[in-house]
Every structure is written in structure tokens, then in C-alpha cells.
Design a protein around this ligand. Structure first.
Ligand SMILES: [Zn+2]
Length: 429
């Protein structure tokens, strides 16, 4: 079964081809903008995008796209429209400030609203999801949503025997997780790594249940071995060595997607000094100043400077991840935007923009990066009704003052966010 087949079967409350429509939505016409539809097609200048009850019903140049008389016109002249961003690897609900253990309904919703204000309209949470996350996923009204859509994986599985592995997979499969998530990593030699017979059992059982398997890994060997075992999604960069042709071929043959999570590496060392983004209003507007003050404490910065792991991630892992990203992207592997945001110091919403900037620094074009965060991400997540500004898709629409194709930093000129035709409130509630 392909990953798309699996993810589609399990998409549930995410994006679903709901036929329900709520009165009161009516028809919206976004008029006068440049439209980047997310598919890689050239931008439409002076475009018109029409939505009806949360879905896109027409999109094209103004000259050939009639505006229905009943439409509410939204003048976006000179601005740029793009589809909502999909973060293929995030986490929600656990962290408050710098502290874990705060998982509850309010914290998950707060974070889904935060993602949404940054234009991240769908989040694939790859682990540590609890009851409330499932509940939110299951009960999200596809037409009246004003927070990021959520996919869940439940707990990250770490069974110690083959029998336990089978039980664990079936246990969470019964709750219809969108992904099963495992870690195959010894954390630079500091912990035990999951044994091959265990992840093989997990992969086999996941496959039987039709649930895609996402793998956290670090090395090329582990990426290759888990891929051979049946992994469906490579949830981080290969960071120990250069990827090779055999790995590229395996990814392409199995149609497996790869997410770089470059900002995950960044977060391990960037607070050793003053990160450039501390003076970016697009960052500071959503972050508690007290938290920034804590991260600026000299002793804390010194600890990070002196931390061997942090310095390894900085000098070895991140540069390797960026080189490998360029190689894989050039080879035509499906690269998708994902950040691993959500844990402490990985700022949801802002880090997705930073990630896209780093993907361009690694050598991808702005167009490729936009596709990786929209249509390619939707494809890899099995979200048929999201990921592009095309007829029939949900109207997850971002409005930018400046064109991100000219400079990817222009995603920070985000002015409006719409999810299924609902405008997301710009201010924190
Ligand atoms: Zn993660």
C-alpha cells in the first residue's frame, strides 16, 4: 500500500470531502491578487479566486473568471495568495513556555490557533498526542474551522519485544492514528537504539492495519534499513553522512517522502548567543518577552556553547542535513516541509517560516519550497482536499503583502489567513 493510500484512508476529520454545508458562509471573491496555486504552475497575475461554503469553486485570471453577483468581494489587489502551509512534522499540546507536561484541551487549541495565525493551516503531530488531541481531530468541523487542522500519531512507540510491538501497534491503530511514529536513534551514543526485529514487527503490523509508519532517525544506515523494513515517511534529515544513489532510488521506488526538519537542528544550538530572529517582529509578536529574557540568560547561553551535542548538531549535523536536502531535492525525491516544532524552544508557526528560509539557503528554489509546504505535503499526507488553490479544494488561503517567489522571506509579510473560507483572527485571544 502506498503512503497516500494509507493516509487517505485515515484522514478522518481532517479535510474530508464533507458534503455538509452551513448556511451563512456564502460566496467569497478574492480579487486582484497574484495567485501562486502551490502546484508549481506559474503564478496568475491579477487573479480571481472564488469560494463557496469553504471550498474553492473557481480560480483564474480576472479577464476570464466571472465574479458571481452574490459574492462578497475581498480586495487583495497587489497582494499574493498561496495555499495554507502544511507542517508534516510538528507536535502539539505538551509545552507551555519552556516546560513540558501541560497537555490539555486548552493548550492544544491555543497552539493550533498559533500555528494558524502563522499560516500553518494543517499540522501532522508526530507523537505525544493524548486524548484531547484525538478529540479535537475527530470533532473538527471541516467547514467552520479557524485553527490549524490536526493529524495525530498518539504516543511514540518504544516496545521492547516483538510481541509488545504488535500489541502496541494494534492498540493505537484501534484509535485511528494518522501515523505510527517510532524513533531509531541512539542520540549520539547516549541511549539504546531500537533493534531491527522490533521496527520490522512494527512496520509489518502497521502495514497490516493500513497505517503509515513515520520514522525518526539520524543515520543513513538507519534510514535505509527502516525504509527496507517498510517505513512510509522519513521524519528527519539524514545527518551523519552524504546520501547515496541507493537511498535516493529506494525513496523514489517506494514513493516515500522526506522531511528535513532543519530548524530542529538549529534549535539545539542557536540559543548559545542571540538568534537573529529575536529582533524579528514576526517572531516577537507571538512570544512572551519573559521567555525571550530567559533564553538570553548568559549562563544558559554558555551551557549551550559548551554542550558537545549542541556543537555537534551545529557543526556537523545541520550542514550535512542541508547538503543532503539539496541532493535529494535535485534528484526528485518528494521533500516536504516539516519542522519538529512544538517541543521547548521550537516555536510553532514562526519556525515553519524559518524552515522555508533554510530550505532555500540549502539550495531549493522558493517555488520548490512553496510546493513542499503545500501540494507535495498534501500528497504525502494523503490530504486530497488540501494543498493547492484549485477548484474543489478547501479554501485554505494565505494573503501576503509581498511575493514569496521573489524572496522566501516574504512569507513573513503574511496579512490574512483563511481556513475553509473562515478568516483566522489576527490577534491572540
Ligand atoms: Zn518530532
Amino acid at each position: 500500500m502506498t503512503i497516500q493510500k494509507k493516509t487517505r484512508a485515515l484522514a478522518l476529520a481532517i479535510a474530508l470531502a464533507s458534503t455538509s454545508s452551513h448556511a451563512g458562509f456564502g460566496t467569497l471573491a478574492f480579487v486582484g491578487a497574484r495567485i501562486i496555486d502551490g502546484t508549481g504552475a506559474a503564478a496568475i497575475e491579477n487573479g480571481v479566486l472564488i469560494t463557496e461554503d469553504g471550498k474553492i469553486v473557481a480560480v483564474g485570471p480576472a479577464a476570464t473568471t466571472p465574479i458571481p453577483p452574490q459574492a462578497e468581494r475581498i480586495d487583495v489587489s497587489g497582494k499574493t495568495l498561496m495555499p495554507g502551509f502544511i507542517n508534516t512534522h510538528g507536535h502539539v499540546g505538551q509545552v507551555l513556555g519552556l516546560e513540558g507536561g501541560h497537555y490539555d484541551y486548552g493548550n492544544v487549541m491555543r497552539q493550533l490557533r498559533l500555528y494558524a495565525r502563522y499560516g500553518v493551516t494543517t499540522v501532522n503531530s508526530l507523537g505525544d498526542d493524548e486524548y484531547e488531541g484525538f478529540e479535537i481531530r475527530n470533532t473538527t468541523d471541516p467547514v467552520r474551522v479557524d485553527h490549524a487542522r490536526l493529524m495525530v500519531a498518539g504516543p511514540v512507540l518504544a516496545p521492547r519485544s516483538v510481541e509488545e510491538a504488535k500489541r502496541a501497534v494494534n492498540g493505537i491503530a484501534d484509535q485511528s492514528v494518522n501515523f505510527i511514529k517510532i524513533r531509531v536513534d541512539d542520540n549520539l551514543g547516549r541511549t539504546d537504539k531500537m533493534a531491527p526485529e522490533i521496527y520490522q514487527a512494527i512496520a509489518d503490523e502497521s502495514d497490516k492495519r493500513g497505517i503509515p509508519l513515520a520514522v525518526h532517525m539520524y543515520t543513513l544506515d538507519d534510514a535505509r534499513a527502516t525504509l527496507a523494513a517498510g517505513a512510509d515517511f522519513i521524519a528527519h534529515s539524514v545527518r551523519d553522512t552524504e546520501v547515496d544513489q541507493a537511498f535516493i532510488d529506494a525513496l523514489k521506488t517506494k514513493d516515500v517522502c522526506y522531511t528535513p526538519t532543519l530548524t530542529r537542528e538549529l534549535s539545539t544550538f542557536v540559543y548559545e548567543g542571540e538568534p537573529a530572529f529575536f529582533s524579528d517582529p514576526f517572531f516577537t509578536r507571538e512570544v512572551d518577552p519573559a521567555l525571550i529574557a530567559t533564553l538570553r540568560e548568559p549562563e544558559r547561553q554558555a551551557r549551550m556553547r559548551e554542550n558537545a551535542s549542541a556543537q555537534h548538531y551545529k557543526t556537523q549535523a545541520l550542514p550535512m542535513a542541508m547538503r543532503n536536502l539539496k541532493t535529494l531535492s535535485d534528484a526528485g525525491v518528494k521533500v516536504v516541509m516539516g519542522t519538529d516544532s512544538g517541543p521547548a524552544m521550537r516555536f510553532q508557526g514562526y519556525f515553519e517560516h524559518l524552515e522555508m528560509q533554510m530550505m532555500v539557503e540549502a539550495g531549493m528554489t522558493p517555488m520548490q519550497v512553496i510546493q513542499s509546504a503545500t501540494s507535495v505535503a498534501a500528497d504525502c499526507m494523503g490530504l486530497d482536499y488540501l494543498g493547492s488553490l484549485e477548484e474543489g479544494k478547501w479554501a485554505d488561503v494565505l494573503v501576503f503583502a509581498k511575493n514569496p517567489l521573489e524572496d522566501i522571506h516574504n512569507t513573513e509579510t503574511l496579512e490574512q489567513v483563511w481556513i475553509a473560507g473562515n478568516q483566522v483572527p489576527a490577534e491572540q485571544e
